[in-house]
Design a protein around this ligand. Structure first.
Ligand SMILES: [Zn+2]
Length: 92
């Protein structure tokens, strides 16, 4: 079985002084909603890498997050905002 997906919360991060944070013990990612689309992708990947590889150094996580977000962006991957009660279409 694959590990459970982290819960992702989009909110204004104030006191934390960061654009994103991962809480490994809670399997939780929080991302600042004020970020632009490109940086949202980078921060989501960055925090996901922290969860997937807790032993990875900050420098390596940063490097991987930056490269992967640029790669995704270059291939036109974007976040699609869904209505609260809508589910994304299923692709089999
Ligand atoms: Zn980090």
């Amino acid at each position: 079985m694959p590990p459970p997906l982290p819960k992702v919360i989009w909110r204004k991060l104030g006191r934390e002084q960061a654009w994103g944070q991962a809480t490994i013990n809670d399997n939780l990612i929080e991302i600042d909603i004020r970020l632009g689309a490109k940086r949202q992708t980078e921060v989501l990947l960055h925090e996901g890498l922290h969860i997937a590889f807790p032993e990875m150094t900050e420098a390596d996580v940063d490097r991987a997050g930056k490269l992967l977000s640029r790669l995704m962006w270059s291939q036109n991957y974007r976040r699609v905002l869904m209505d609260k009660n809508n589910q994304p279409p299923r692709i089999s």
